[in-house]
Write a protein that binds this ligand. Sequence first.
Ligand code: LLP
Length: 416
Amino acid sequence: MSLMTDRNDLACIEGVSLQAIAAAFGTPCYVYSRAALTAAFEAYRTALAGRNARICYAAKANSNLAILNLFARLGAGFDIVSGGELARAIAAGGDPAKVVFSGVGKSRTELRQALEAGIFCFNVESASELDHLNAVAGELGRRAPIALRVNPNVDPKTHPYISTGLKSAKFGVAFDVARELYHRAQALPHLEIRGIDCHIGSQLLDPQPAAEAAGKILELIDSLAADGIRFSHIDIGGGMGIRYRDEEPLPAADYLAPALAVLAGRTEMLLVEPGRSLVGNAGLLLTRVEVLKHGEEKNFAVVDAAMNDLARPALYDAYHEIRKVGAGGTASEKAIYEIVGPICESGDFLGHDRALALAEGDLLAILSAGAYGMAMSSNYNTRPRAAEVMVDGTDMHLIRRRETVAELLALESMLP
Ligand code: LLP
């Protein structure tokens, strides 16, 4: 189930009215559907059925404890990129033994924290990180499980800001040096080679680049096998795209099929690290129209959500569909609106040129906002971050209350 619908107006998530959510918790407010989250997870589980596979949810997409806990209960592991995300995964009931730790700049403190927690694998992204990890593991008298994140130099044909597998990216280690680095890792006493990892980008709609990357990984595995280096898992990363506008993403099983065909029989265990495709279409951002401003050239609908709540439009020029909630409001004539927030930046927009019949006070839903929405929000303009609500059947649960200005100020101090 996805929250994207073809109906013109949207009134309910599962059995709960969005008006009721706004009345109970105010706006802006992120709303998620437990059923949609579960269905997205089950689609991966079905796609991987019959294999020794683990779904490591990329916590960065949405790290609310309730969402992490839901996936942990469904059996997920986690792909984390910071000590903070590790603490979240554990606090949410996640099993550290199912955690992989990615990221290009892990601090020694984070390496130690993850070693002490007993994570499944470090996805190492540089030669230096091998040395740092070896040293920290040595201090703790342990061996650190590692995979190298290899850059297969495959073009995922996505937005340049979220394309990560090209030679020019800061991520991973170059394909050509991976072999040498595995040898180096093998020689370090406190490292234990477990696997091989890649992640080529995000919002990928074509399954072929992932299959191509899988093929490159196998080439490397073959050449390392000749040197006596073996792997017990392959991690093919995340990246499967979702529908924001008119994209036609494949179901998880079809998206993964070409890569799985390439890898068939070639690994004891397979890991995937989906983020967006598990949460993106399971969440929306509810916002209210504060002010309608009819300019000479453009009409503006100023809403109470802004780029601090949902940064994707400002940051990537990303499109999010915007629907009026219910048939409410008094306006009947559609006009073309710029949907903007109250922040003092021209980049503070949520949608351009949207044909909507709006009145002040109307409630709007910004769709496909479950991934990289709340997770990337900020307090710019001293705006407390939004509330988050999870709908489950006919119940609504507040899973993060709205911040208060007092809480924001409490972190700061003046000079004596
Ligand atoms: N694994 C690694 C190592 C990653 O870097 C990422 C995402 C994922 C998994 C999950 O990828 P996904 O399945 O979500 O595509 N803020 C951007 C997306 C940044 C993605 C960063 N890495 C956006 O809003 O589009």
